[in-house]
Design a protein around this ligand. Structure first.
Ligand code: GAR
Length: 202
């Protein structure tokens, strides 16, 4: 039996959530998993540099080079399976995965979303847009959610949530940073540890 769950992280951008995962492995908050592979759909993602700095294998798969959405996903699946990945973490991955993909890794894909699902989620709600919508609505509390990924965008079972206060005068950028610091960077590593422990106990 494996002593640690092999995690593959899918990213598209800055990778601060990836960094939080790496830090949590280094500090021992994550004990039951290791990050084996980071895959980006964006060759310019700073997340790739963060992975390289920590000697984690990286790969870039773009939709453009793949020619079709099916081939894009087939290439990602091939990499994940060849690396023996047990748990896939979407950490700021800005591409919606098909049912074919999510069915293949049932209960083995988790995502961090920067709002309290079911608020401000689903197709079109990603990155700063989520915080713009929360501010426009005038909510006083927002937060982050980690959930399993199925074929419905942001529709899978909720694993953890954390609330964050909205302050008077917040801009989407300020709110995004507070949600990351107070919620995402905490509940994503904790969720990875929780699910990994469950996988190891199966
Ligand atoms: C994070 O806020 C993450 O929750 C969000 O994008 C940001 C990525 O930042 N993800 C989504 O909106 C997915 N629907 P990062 O690259 O610095 O981790």
């Amino acid at each position: 039996m494996k002593d640690k769950v092999s995690v593959g992280v899918l990213v598209s951008g800055g990778g601060t959530n990836l960094q939080a995962i790496i830090d949590a492995v280094n500090s021992g908050i994550i004990k039951s998993a290791k990050v084996e592979l980071v895959i980006s759909n964006n060759p310019g993602a700073y997340a790739l540099t963060r992975a390289e700095k920590n000697s984690i294998k990286t790969a870039v798969i773009t939709k453009k080079e793949s020619g079709s959405p099916e081939e894009f996903e087939r290439r990602i699946i091939e990499l994940l399976e060849n690396a023996g990945i047990d748990l896939i973490v979407l950490a700021g991955f800005m591409s919606i995965l098909s049912k074919n993909f999510t069915d293949r890794f049932k209960d083995r894909i988790i995502n961090v979303h920067p709002a309290l699902i079911p608020s401000f989620c689903g197709e079109g709600f990603y990155g700063l847009k989520v915080h713009e919508a929360a501010l426009k609505k005038g909510v006083k509390v927002t937060g982050a959610t980690v959930h399993f990924v199925n074929e419905i965008p942001d529709g899978g079972k909720i694993i953890m949530q954390k609330a964050v206060e909205v302050h008077e005068g917040d801009t989407p950028e300020i709110l995004q940073k507070r949600v990351m610091e107070e919620a995402e960077w905490k509940i994503l590593p904790l969720s990875i540890e929780k699910i990994s422990k469950e996988i190891l106990g199966e």
